[in-house]
Ligand binder design. Structure first.
Ligand code: NAD
Length: 501
């Protein structure tokens, strides 16, 4: 049985006695326990980060960048170990876990260029012998609160840039799959990051609330479900903090009649069932514009029938279990609800065979196979709710306009995609759709590290997306200096408003 602790000031820390169970989702068995921080544990982590801040902030840009380069190399060298840890607690298959590590590494690679990213502007002679320049400085201690579905990648959207900018960091990972955080902490230390500059508090609402209230925490990045994102944004900003809070999603793929239906079917199945649908950029609704619905569903069903569902550490598995029993049960409840609401259950994931087991519902572990619901009524709960599992809903629509209206009428605005061979239609879609990340013949349009990631509407609270240049902006404060040196020309006391001359 493993025991997952906090990481404070460069060492493991026990904290108080509260713990939660960690499961192996493939077997349903308890594999260990994770500490749940008290307010005092959070205070200890913030104190360590506060103490580490002055020296790290003053470390030269080249020194910071060198630490990041070393961290990148160590993370790369340990990527298999990290992926195995993720797989054992989250359930996703090893190749998928490796994929999240490599997407996270791209943010570290971006942050290695921090000397360039922090360059300010300089204007010579804004007034007679007066120059102006802008600089960006770190905030101080910043916190990251992250969800279960990407235990390595989502923290890596945040901390490489925060730390590169000269901040010190406190990570509060999901209590469902906490182990990756400790490996990352150890590798930071090995890379030469001073103790206290990266800390981990394991925990639940108690830890989150203390981070949101703590006067020493200057900024909070959050990724998780919409109700908690809203809460974190409102509570954090009420305590005077800068907050970016990314929430949930319900991503639609609009399929126009001229699209290549084999490409669409491959894309819908990959984006719908990768990571068992537990991705904020998963495609969960296909809007099939008449008359392609029947042919498309046939192609999707045929592909779903070939998917191999099994434990994440079996190289034959393409899709693993869900993260917890409660989550699996919630996702599975939409199969009956969908039918009650008028949809047709064309593939029932409860019946899917699991590698090394029997039917999904009868196999120990948190299993549910890929499920397809056709003719899902627009506006039904199955259409609207974030199910966050391997359930693909097909909604039939009569036109582009009808499809667009359904997307824009939804609560979320995280990701979307259009499939078409018509450049004009695609261009119109990118202009008209009210969603933050748009794919054109690309089903999961996750921006690269040098762009910024984030949705619209209830998928983001705050106005700053994560990573890329918006990340650099979030983790720094701007300052403009106006200077006059040597032989200043001045006309003595002047109470008038300073104007240029
Ligand atoms: P969650 O909201 O339950 O948890 C996220 C974090 O908040 C965790 O660290 C958790 O410990 C903490 N938390 C949970 N309940 C809390 C409470 N009552 N008060 C304070 N803190 C609390 O999310 P999850 O189930 O871990 O992750 C799945 C969700 O995350 C989905 O909704 C998914 O769409 C979303 N997500 C969004 C993005 C994005 O970029 N928009 C990316 C990944 C995941």
């Amino acid at each position: 049985m493993k025991s997952v602790k906090h990481w404070i000031n460069g060492a493991l820390a026990d904290g108080d006695d509260r713990t939660a169970e960690i499961f192996d989702p493939a077997t349903g068995e308890v594999s260990g326990h994770v500490a749940l921080a008290s307010a005092a544990d959070v205070d200890a982590a913030v104190a360590a980060a506060t103490a580490a801040f002055p020296a790290w902030r003053d470390a030269s840009l080249t020194k910071r960048s060198q630490v990041l380069f070393r961290f990148r190399e160590l993370m790369y060298a340990h990527r298999d170990e990290l992926a195995a840890l993720i797989s054992s607690e989250h359930g996703k298959v090893h190749s998928d876990a490796l994929g999240e590590v490599s997407r996270g590494l791209e943010v570290v690679e971006f942050a290695c260029g921090i000397p360039h990213l922090l360059k300010g502007g300089f204007s010579e002679g804004v007034s007679t012998r007066v120059d102006s320049y802008s600089i960006r400085q770190p905030l101080g201690v910043v916190a990251g609160i992250t969800p279960f579905n990407f235990p390595a990648m989502v923290p890596m959207w945040m901390y490489p840039i925060a730390i590169a900018c000269g901040n010190t960091f406190v990570l509060k990972p999901s209590e469902k799959d906490p182990s990756a955080s400790l490996l990352m902490a150890r590798l930071w230390q090995e890379a030469g990051l001073p103790d206290g500059a990266f800390n981990v508090v394991q925990g639940d609402k108690v830890a989150v609330d203390r981070l949101l209230e703590h006067p020493g925490v200057r900024g909070v990045s959050f990724v998780g479900s919409t109700p908690i994102a809203r809460y974190v944004y409102e509570t954090g900003t009420a305590h005077g903090k800068r907050v970016q809070a990314l929430g949930g999603a319900k991503n639609h793929m609009l399929v126009l009649p001229d699209a290549d239906l084999d490409l669409v079917a491959d894309s819908a199945v990959s984006a719908g069932f990768g990571s068992a649908g537990e991705r904020c950029m998963a495609i969960s609704v296909v809007l099939a514009v008449d008359p392609v619905g029947d042919e498309l569903v046939e192609k999707i069903v045929e592909r779903v029938g070939r998917l191999v569902v099994g434990p994440g550490d079996d190289p034959k598995s393409q899709m693993g279990p869900l993260v917890t029993e409660a989550h699996r049960d919630k996702v599975a409840s939409y199969l009956d609800l969908g039918v009650e609401e008028g949809a047709k259950l064309v593939v029932d994931g409860r019946e899917t065979a699991v590698l090394g087991g029997g039917k999904a519902v009868e196999t120990p572990g948190f299993w549910l196979g890929p499920t397809v619901l056709d003719h899902v009524p627009p506006g039904s709960r199955t259409h609207h709710d974030e199910i966050f599992g391997p359930v693909l809903s097909i909604v039939r629509v009569g036109s582009y306009e009808e499809g667009l209206e359904l997307i824009n009428g939804g609560e979320y605005g995280n990701g979307t995609a259009i499939f078409t061979n018509d450049g004009g239609a695609a261009r119109r879609f990118q202009n008209e759709v009210e969603v933050g990340m748009v794919g054109i013949n690309v089903p999961i349009p996750v921006p690269m590290a040098f762009y910024s990631f984030g949705g619209w509407k209830s998928s983001l609270f705050g106005d700053t997306h994560v990573h890329g240049t918006e990340g650099v902006h979030f983790y720094t404060r701007g300052k403009v200096v106006t200077s006059r040196w040597l032989d200043p020309s001045h006309g003595g006391v002047n109470l008038g408003f300073p104007t240029n001359g």
